[in-house]
Each structure stands twice: as structure tokens, then as C-alpha cells.
Design a protein around this ligand. Sequence first.
Ligand code: SF4
Ligand code: FE
Length: 491
Amino acid sequence: MALKTGAEYIESLRSMKTRVYMFGEQIENWVDHPMIRPSINCVAMTYELANDPQYEDLMTAESHLTGHKINRFAHIHQSTEDLKKKVKMQRLLGQKTASCFQRCVGMDAINAEYSTTYEIDQKYGTDYHGNLKRFLEYIQENDLVVDGAMTDPKGNRGKAPHEQEDKDLYLRIKERREDGIVVRGAKCHQTGSVNSHWHIVMPTISMGPDDKDYAVSFACPSDADGMFMIYGRQSCDTRKLEEGADMDLGNKKFGGQEALVVFDDVFIPNEYIFMCGEYDFAGMLVERFAGYHRQSYGGCKVGVGDVVIGAAALAAEYNGCEKASAVKDKLIEMTHLNETLYSCGIACSSEGHPTASGGYMIDLLLANVCKQNVTRFPYEIVRLAEDIAGGIMVTMPSQKDFRSDLPVGRNGETIGDFCNKFFVGNGICSTEDRMRVMRFLENICLGAAAVGYRTESMHGAGSPQAQRIMIARQGNIQGKKQLAKDIAGIE
Ligand code: SF4
Ligand code: FE
């Protein structure tokens, strides 16, 4: 049993006891909750496409541990070819969902853990790599979703973890026992946490000797005793609760998801621990996970960008101005920006290299350049999409108005008649189709999906300054100075 179907994945969530809170209440049936379900549908697509023969090459891989065919999201990259396929898979999923499909964080976590645990073991004689491999085999064979959890609440950003007044503001080892550890703390804005089967927890920054208790990494089931999630709000999210909601959602089927994940004294057995006090490796794990996730954005955001560009082109067509040279030029600019992001994703993959563990790592400088561009270009793409669409994307009446048969005109015309008459476009498409594309753009530019396409482009996988620090570190300014000296004849 290696590949599940989307439906099997959704069913598998029903047996989990994951504690989810929203609007101050516990949500018992979170699988069918209208605000959560779109994000589950989105992850289900990572299963659906893996079962589709036309995407087999991108969506599946051969496990280096078992030789079995597995979902690529559970794979350890074995070559630069694997790294490139990962980016292509993410672009494909972005195109099919126009949302964050969430499963990448776990993929990036297992890959970062794979090489880091190997190197910790080499230095300290521990068996974290063995723990990880056994865990991986289980994940691969059961085709499970793993959430990678890194971001701590951080409290006073000017202070190290051990210096915080409230010691829980970075997740920590609260107690060491013979058979495991008890951890306490939280991870913030965790993508895909509610609908993951397991979590891999990692430290969030480089650490020193005083932060030993915070240098901890482990796996635990998402419904572990003491663990719970408080669901994050999204712009316009309660539209999903409206009866018969369809057009006003823009993207009815798919969406992303973030939550605050609380670890209220959770016991972690020894066999699921991947780091326990080796503070000198915290920075390596963070850097590698962030690097992989910055590569990821050169795939997923590009796929979503493809849909945004398509929607902008449709809006222009429905408005009857698709032949205007200014519109054509804006679409060219959007495409140029989007493909630049893709080029970065492919470049950092092509320039990848094997680590001591055998797993492949991306080129860190290029991955950070990739993500730095992602903090900018989707904003410009969205700006151009809004420019092309026109203000109508934020001023249209609701679906209920367009469908209303309440007579309000002198000759008995309904609200729906007036809406359909005055919001008509090129006369070829229906007013409803025009409304649909406008609402889609609203959704992605400033509605629920803007979480994934805009703000996540800024802060996901690390805020812009985090990439600039890495670019400074990897940019080799000294070497570049030498190049200038050599040519300018400076001794
Ligand atoms: Fe995957 Fe992109 Fe969502 Fe990260 S932001 S989980 S890379 S889809
Ligand atoms: Fe993300």
C-alpha cells in the first residue's frame, strides 16, 4: 500500500482525534466544516494527481528506502532531477488549485531532517537518522501528510529563547525522562496543521549553549495528547458559511489553512526524537528547511500565478478590451515576472548537490534569491491583475442579488434583471461568468486566497530580511572584490 486516493485521504482524517478550535469553540467535525474543507480538498489533490497516469512522473517517486512507488511529497530527493521535479510538481498543483496545497512543508522538513540528523549522528554518535528513516518508511508506506512546524511565537524579538520572560515562547523540552521528553510551547501560523496526520517540529533559529532546552526536533501525531490547534482567520472567510455560497467565494473548492498549534506538555517517545539539545545543529536545520521551502515558492506561487494571469486575460476579454495594446503589455509583464520566479526555482534545483547523507540539497544562494523575488513579484502581478480587471472586482453585488427575483422595477424587473443588465460585459460571455472571474481575482488579490498568494509570499518560508541575511552570507563579496582587484591590477 503506497498511494492513497484523495477520498481515502479525507476518510483517514475522520479517525483522528485532532482538537480544533475556531471562533472560541471546539469544532468536532472539522473535516466537513465549510471553512476548513477547501483546504482539505486542496491537500487531497496531492493524492488525486499522484494517481493520474499523466502526472505519475512528477507526482510519484521511487523510495530510496524501500524501492516502492511513493508520493513525491514523502520522498527524499536523490538527484537534481528530483529537485526539479519537485518544483514542477508544485507548479502543477498551484495551477490545479490556485491555493496553497500545504503538503510541501512536511516534504521540506523530512528532507532538511534527513541530512541534518545524519550529520548530528556523525558528531555525537546519536541515532536520530535511524529514527528518521524508520519514521519515513512508515510515512511513505501509509502515504501520510506531515506538517513541518518551525515558527515559534518568539515574544520579545530582541531576546534569545532562554532570555524570554515567559519560557514557553519558544517550544522547549520541559522534562527529560528515560523513555522520552515532555515538550511545551507553540508553533504559529502553521500551514496545513489541522489536516496533517503527523507533525515534525523543528527549532526556529540558530541557538547557543544556553538554549539547549530549545534545540529540539521530533515527530508526533497531530492528535497527540496535550496538542491542539486554534484556527486562523482569513479575509472574507465567513462567506464560506453563507447558504448556497458559490460565486462570491471566487474559488469554491480549494483554499489554504493556517493555525496556532499548541503543545501543552506533550510526551514524545525517544524513537520520534531527531534532535535533543544539540544546539550547534539548530541553525543548520533551520537553514536547510528554509532553503528547501524557498525553492518551493519558485513552484507553487508560479502555478497560482499562471491562474491569476489567465483570470486577468479572461477579465480583459469579458470586458471587451483584450485587444488593447496596454492590456497585452500588462499580460506580458505578468508572464515575465512569473517565469522569472520559475527560473529561480529551477536554477536552485539544477545547481543542487548531494549532502553527506546522500539526500540532495538545493543551491542555497539561488533558493534565497528565488524567495526574495517572491516577496515582490506576486504583488506586482496582483497589481496588474487588479489594473486589468477594473474596480468592479470589489464593488459587484452579491450572488444573491444576481439571482434575486424580487420585482423592483417599474415594469416588474427583478433585482437580478438589473444586475445582469448593468454588469454585462462584451455581450458574448454571460454576466455570471464575468462575475465569476472578478470574484476569483478578488479572492486571490485580497480575499481568503490572498493569504497564500500575497502575504505568504512575503512572510512564508521566512520574511524578506531572512533571505537578505542568507544572500549576504552566501554572496561571497570577498571573492568578488578579488575579481575586481585582479582585473584592475590592484595588489
Ligand atoms: Fe506548498 Fe507553497 Fe503552500 Fe508552502 S506556500 S505549503 S510551498 S503550496
Ligand atoms: Fe508556505
